[in-house]
Design a protein around this ligand. Structure first.
Ligand code: ATP
Ligand code: MG
Length: 427
């Protein structure tokens, strides 16, 4: 029969890669809890309308990238392409605003976008992200950026660049949009096809274009920075001062716009040069209009999301894979010895050790080879002689030191084992 393969744009995360994932997850949990962020988990699919309204019909994500399907009850549902819309829905639905001034929340989970797969770009990928809902204070913007910075540094990433921009409020953005359309319209025929299309529907996104000719045309384009109201400008200055005070270098990039429609004021990206084309490891901004757009009370909010696959690619370049951490490998041969070995394995596991039980029933020599390969600190050996006397041979694999122990002594030997395991790991 023909073999079925993993779906295009998705991948299996094999055991050898899992330690990296667990490490990022542990670091993220720790960093977030130190800033009193709480985890929240929302469904992987939502009503399609949530994303259409929350992200914006003209965005690439909504117009080209969503996994939308009709369920058996004729509802249009979509696999979440990002985390913010679902969080805002939950925030409104559970009246979380009433529960405190600022809700600080974080998530980690799979997202789905129909994209052209390449290194660091998949159809199922994972994001970790935070949302701070309820404060318009510029310190909220600086705080979320500082947390992103701490997370990426704690993971060990260097050579990171923070690109910062302000899109102003809705009014500023609308005015700038008009100015940009007026400037670009005479060049319409020279723009790449994607940008021509965006000129009608989402002109700010043209600033993002990677096409050389389009970028040339943009050289003389009006800057968003000249279209910010005095209040918006002052707000942007405040955020920048706070970043400087925190010792976080940034580049003010007037061309930085974000893909999602809902951003106001602060937008930012953190990039790494070590990632080739998919340089952005973290992106976010302020979205003061979104909560009302989705039926809640006017609520200022700011947050970001970071792509875990890209973080893990960077981590793999920095760190060798973790060595195995198995404590005992159990070797046995003969009916009674094999039965006792299972009981010995369970006893050791119950007092806290990690134990692999060889199930092969093959010759001792083959089992010993597997014991060596397992990376275990010690091997326990049971044959007919040990089964008769309810004992086992204990062999420390690093030193080769071996002795007989009584099976009933295992609990009292636990402290000695722990000590010895530490010593053999250190060597
Ligand atoms: P890009 O410009 O790379 O498409 P984006 O603007 O669509 O990014 P966001 O929606 O802001 O990205 O998502 C935040 C982060 O999630 C990105 O910076 C990236 O690290 C990660 N990310 C986004 N799309 C993918 C994907 N298809 N595969 C892997 N990671 C992704
Ligand atoms: Mg994208």
């Amino acid at each position: 029969m023909s073999q079925i393969q993993v779906s295009r744009g998705t991948r299996d995360i094999l055991p050898a890669e899992i330690p990296y994932w667990q490490q990022v997850e542990a670091i993220a949990r720790d960093i977030f809890s130190r800033a009193n962020y709480q985890e929240m988990r929302t469904p992987v699919f939502e009503q399609t309308e949530l994303f259409a309204r929350g992200i914006g019909e003209t965005t690439d994500v909504v117009s080209k990238e969503m996994y939308t399907f009709t369920d058996r009850g004729d509802r249009s549902l979509t696999l979440r392409p990002e985390g913010t819309a679902g969080f805002v829905r939950a925030f409104i639905e559970h009246k979380m605003q009433a529960q405190g001034d600022v809700q600080r929340l974080w998530y980690l989970g799979p997202m789905f976008r129909y994209e052209r797969p390449q290194a660091g770009r998949q159809r199922q990928f994972h994001q970790v992200g935070i949302e701070s809902l309820g404060s318009a204070d510029p310190r909220a913007d600086a705080e979320v950026i500082a947390i992103a910075n701490d997370l990426l540094k704690a993971i060990g990433l260097k050579d990171l660049r923070l690109e910062y921009n302000s899109l102003g409020d809705r009014q500023d953005r609308l005015q700038y949009r008009e100015a940009l359309i007026a400037y670009l319209t005479p060049y319409q025929a020279d723009l790449d096809p994607d940008s021509q299309n965006r000129l009608l529907h989402n002109p700010l996104r043209i600033l993002d274009s990677k096409i050389e000719r389009t970028q040339e045309i943009l050289q003389e384009a009006p800057s968003i920075l000249d279209h910010l109201s005095p209040e918006s400008q002052q707000r942007s200055q405040q955020v920048q001062h706070l970043l400087t005070d925190l010792g976080i270098p940034y580049n003010l990039n007037a061309k930085l716009v974000r893909g999602l429609d809902y951003y106001t004021h602060t937008v930012f990206e953190i990039q790494s040069d070590d990632l080739g084309a998919q340089a952005t490891v973290c992106a976010g901004g302020r979205y003061d209009g979104l909560i009302r757009e989705l039926g809640g009370a006017e609520t200022p909010a700011v947050g970001w999301a970071s792509g875990l696959e890209r973080l893990i690619l960077l981590m793999q370049q920095l760190q060798p894979p973790k060595p195995p951490t198995l404590d005992f490998y159990l070797v046995s041969r003969g009916d009674r010895a094999e039965a006792q070995a299972l009981k010995v394995a369970q006893t050791l596991r119950q007092i806290g050790f990690s134990v692999e039980l060889d199930l092969s029933g093959s010759a001792f020599g083959k089992q010993f080879k597997r014991a060596d390969r397992s990376g275990a600190a010690a091997c326990l050996i049971l044959g007919d002689a040990e089964a008769d006397t309810q004992t086992a041979q204990l062999k420390w694999l690093a030193s080769g030191e071996q002795r007989a122990i009584a099976q009933s002594d295992l609990p009292t030997l636990a402290d000695e084992f722990r000590q010895q395991i530490r010593v053999s790991r250190a060597s």
